[in-house]
Design a protein around this ligand. Structure first.
Ligand code: ASP
Ligand code: MG
Length: 447
């Protein structure tokens, strides 16, 4: 049975990290094959982004990236292994220098070139990690080129499953060793162009590869030991959640409990596979497996601060087809993300929650709709969300609703398959409602 282990970028920064990574890999790899998916090492994807955005400094940024990798390599590896990896890294960085020079001259980078530039982060990380593991006497091959085939929707490319399956199995057949290190986040189109699948995409690469090779488990090794019942900086008695269903994992990660690519769990829906999120530095993990069951109670809460509520009142929007879409398109025109929204059946009011930094530009646009909107009110709010399949159970959801009702939430909305409820509350009440709802989670965390 093939295993998949993903090593995050934030846990690849110094020798100590790599020692712990070697321990993890020897703990989990057995006589079977282990595929190791790596992200770019800490900070490199951001550095590559600045190669693209600050074209005048592009060449200097490449030098920084080069130095970072060589410095780390020289701490991790020596002898012939060092020479080989040094050559591989230098060859890739030469190519990157050539692109940096050209975008510096042209002062622009197309979406295709951007993905090409971003692809270097993961490819360099593959060289570094595989040569380190070889010096630690693991039998390792690497695939510097991504074995994932995508379309050419740059920066958010879609994976072509059948083609990827074919390419991956061919590459795995060719590589002799038990452990194979390969890049997350990046793919190649049929025309051989580099693509990326969205920031934070390596987790998604790992689950996808797990599905393509029929793995039973995929481990995502990160900084934190799993997903917690609440942010421990805000709620002192929060603990690691032991099990999450897929629906719960999607809701919690999208609400911010753990930053994961939105498609990370897609490959699990029709596969017999589990995902384990575990820490490199501390014991503890969260297992994500299967759909909601009747045993799933409440799992956790998340909070969002610094939000702004925009309340639009007008009798002119009542029964007027297209008024809601006119209003929401102003959010789009102002490039503003709507975090939550609500409209009562009387249609006299529409409320939006947006990030505070977006409020001004949205309201400026809305003020131009004077024929439609009479009054706009603004206030500072927060959002608290509670997640768990148990919310579909009347007894449990009534406990949650009655606890929240004492705070008179401004509005309430439900998430995916009813496994989350979000309350929008006055900014001043966010801390206390969060603490109280976390207590409800603790009492109903049957599992
Ligand atoms: N290196 C990419 C990023 O920083 C992908 C990943 O880390 O998952 O977004
Ligand atoms: Mg990352």
């Amino acid at each position: 049975m093939i295993k998949v282990i993903k090593i995050g970028g934030s846990i690849q920064k110094d020798e100590k990290d790599y020692e712990l990574i070697a321990d993890k890999i020897s703990k989990y790899s057995d006589e079977n094959r282990t595929l190791i998916v790596t992200s770019a090492i800490k900070g490199v994807t951001d550095q590559l982004t600045s190669v693209i955005n600050e074209t005048d400094k592009a060449v200097d940024k490449v030098t920084e990236i080069y130095d970072k990798h060589i410095k780390l390599l020289s701490k991790l590896v020596d002898g012939i292994e060092f020479e080989k990896a040094f050559r591989d890294i230098s060859r890739l960085v030469d190519e990157l220098y050539r692109i940096a020079w050209s975008i510096r001259v042209l002062d622009e980078a197309t979406p295709r070139v951007k993905d090409y530039i971003l692809s270097f982060g993961e490819r360099l990380a593959v060289i570094l990690l595989s040569s380190f593991l070889r010096t630690r006497k693991f039998s390792v091959n690497n695939l510097i080129e991504p074995p994932i085939v995508t379309d050419e929707n740059y920066s958010e490319a879609n994976v072509l499953l059948e083609d990827s399956k074919e390419l991956l199995s061919k590459k795995l057949e060719e590589s002799q060793q038990k452990i194979v290190v390969l890049p997350g986040f990046i793919g190649k189109s049929k025309n051989n162009r580099y693509t990326t699948i969205g920031r934070g995409g390596s987790d998604y690469t790992a689950t996808l590869i797990g599905k393509l090779v029929d793995a039973k488990e995929v481990r995502l090794v990160t900084e934190v030991p799993g997903i917690m019942t609440a942010d421990p900086r805000k709620i002192s008695n929060s603990v690691t959640i032991q099990r999450l269903s897929l629906e719960e994992a999607i809701e919690l990660s999208q609400l911010g409990a753990k930053k994961l690519h939105p498609r990370t769990f897609d490959p699990l829906f029709d596969a017999n596979m589990k995902v384990i999120i575990e820490g490199l530095y501390e014991e503890g993990c969260t297992i994500i497996e299967g759909l909601c069951t009747s045993k799933d109670g409440l799992k956790g809460i998340t909070t969002k601060e610094g939000l702004s509520l925009i309340t639009i009142e007008s009798t002119r929007i009542v029964g007027k087809i297209g008024s809601a879409s006119t209003i929401t398109s102003e959010a789009k025109n102002a490039n503003v993300n709507i975090i939550a929204l609500s409209q009562p059946a009387s249609e006299t009011t529409i409320q939006f929650v947006v990030d505070q930094k977006d409020q001004k530009k949205f309201v400026e646009r809305l003020s131009q709709l004077s024929g439609l909107i009479k009054n706009i009110e603004l206030s500072e709010v927060g959002a608290v969300s509670i997640v768990g399949c148990g919310l579909r159970n009347k007894e449990i959801s009534s406990k949650v609703l009655s606890k929240a009702s004492s705070y008179n939430p401004i509005f309430v909305s439900r998430g995916l398959k009813g496994v989350s409820i979000t309350f929008i509350v006055d900014k001043k009440e966010l801390d206390s409602i969060s603490k109280e709802l976390h207590e409800v989670v603790v009492n109903w965390s049957i599992n």
